[in-house]
Design a protein around this ligand. Structure first.
Ligand SMILES: NC(=O)C1=CN([C@@H]2O[C@H](COP(=O)(O)OP(=O)(O)OC[C@H]3O[C@@H](n4cnc5c(N)ncnc54)[C@H](OP(=O)(O)O)[C@@H]3O)[C@@H](O)[C@H]2O)C=CC1
Ligand SMILES: Nc1nc(=O)c2c([nH]1)NC[C@@H]1CN(c3ccc(C(=O)N[C@@H](CCC(=O)O)C(=O)O)cc3)C=[N+]21
Ligand SMILES: [Mg+2]
Length: 294
């Protein structure tokens, strides 16, 4: 059997097109241009790729993009001062501070300082808590994108066995919350899980976010399962170049899974599309308007 490849690029493009259409209408009817401020501290290579793709796609969707690139030695106080300035700026509707941050800066304190109404990453405890109790919130982008991709295969996830491999605050935990909200039966596995392979093999929907290149092998996957590979890992490739791989051994998984997201071209583009959708939503809510659903 050969798995169907889930086209994250195409779904992301359709979401971005909808954001662009809604943003154009918002500008025409109310003169409002949704603005996204992205803050990058230091030289993290994965974050640089993200910022590059994001700026281009933000402006293409008709949103305003404000970039703040700060040196790696930036103090915590200086970063907090910038966040407060962005909180107060009416042109900025969404704030994203790239993680990880350098060691002198406490990421929890930075996230806590972002106005929850502008927290388009959905990382603030107010948004994280709202997600858990099922209240309206800004939902983390990568988890949202992952679940939207799973739903291209299973529009109704009710009763399906979902296994999330990884329990980080930015991916694993919110993915699990979204899957619970979709009425899947959810197991969260991590580095202390016993017999990880057997746990993964139970999954109808397997979402992998571990940050270990190609860790999940074909033998870990139930035949016909849907595999959502969140991992973005840069590894040495042919003739001195590097290439991107996921947390799943794609070649092996293709032989067993029913459907799988590729890397690149899977969850990554969906993350950016959902970020733009969250920025549009934040701008509309800030102006007393009802945002569309995606
Ligand atoms: N496509 C996208 O847009 C995005 C992709 N990513 C990618 O997703 C991946 C995960 O990111 P993130 O959640 O931030 O990573 P973290 O490092 O924060 O979390 C990794 C999780 O995986 C678990 N884990 C690590 N090693 C193993 C192992 N050997 N066996 C079982 N579990 C293990 C950890 O368990 P424990 O808690 O026990 O330590 C932890 O819960 C990375 O590749 C990252 O680059 C991240 C964000 C966005
Ligand atoms: N506050 C914060 N929020 C984040 O959401 C966040 C972050 N920090 N830090 C870094 C990680 C990583 N991340 C990616 C998003 C998109 C792609 C992406 O666009 N990937 C494409 C292109 C990759 C390429 O080929 O260059 C793809 O997978 O097809 C990758 C990685 C968001 N993250
Ligand atoms: Mg992390």
């Amino acid at each position: 059997m050969t798995a169907r490849i889930i086209d994250g690029k195409a779904l992301a493009e359709s979401i971005r097109n909808k954001v662009a259409a809604e943003a154009a209408e918002l500008k025409r009817s109310h003169g409002i241009v949704p603005g996204l401020a992205a803050v990058l501290v230091g030289e993290n290579p994965a974050s640089q790729v993200y910022v590059r793709n994001k700026v281009k796609q933000t402006t293409e969707a008709g949103l305003a993009s404000f970039e703040h690139v700060l040196p790696a030695e930036t103090t915590q106080d200086d970063l907090l001062a910038l966040v407060r300035q962005l909180n107060a700026d009416p042109k900025v509707h969404g704030i994203l501070v790239q993680l990880p941050l350098p060691p002198q800066i406490d990421p929890d304190l930075v996230i806590a300082t972002i106005d929850p109404a502008k927290d388009v990453d959905g990382f603030h405890v107010e948004n994280a808590g709202r997600l858990v109790v099922g209240q309206e919130s800004l939902v983390p982008c990568t988890p949202q994108g992952s679940v939207l991709l799973a739903k291209t295969v299973h529009p109704d996830l009710t009763g399906l066995e979902a296994v999330v491999l990884g329990r980080s605050n930015i991916v694993g935990k919110p993915v699990a919350q979204l899957l619970i909200a979709e009425s899947a039966t959810v197991t969260v596995a991590h580095s202390r899980t016993r017999d990880l392979e057997a746990v993964c093999r139970r999954a109808d929907i397997l979402v992998v976010a571990v940050g270990r290149p190609e860790m999940v092998k074909g033998s870990w996957i139930k035949p016909g399962a849907t595999v959502i590979d969140v991992g973005i890992n840069r590894v040495p490739g042919e003739n001195g170049k590097s290439r991107l791989v996921g947390d799943v051994d794609f070649k092996e998984a293709m032989e067993v899974a029913g459907a799988i997201t590729p890397v690149p071209g899977g969850v990554g583009p969906m993350t950016i599309a959902c970020l733009l959708a969250n920025t549009l939503k934040a701008a509309m809510v800030a102006n007393g308007l009802t945002p569309p659903s995606f």
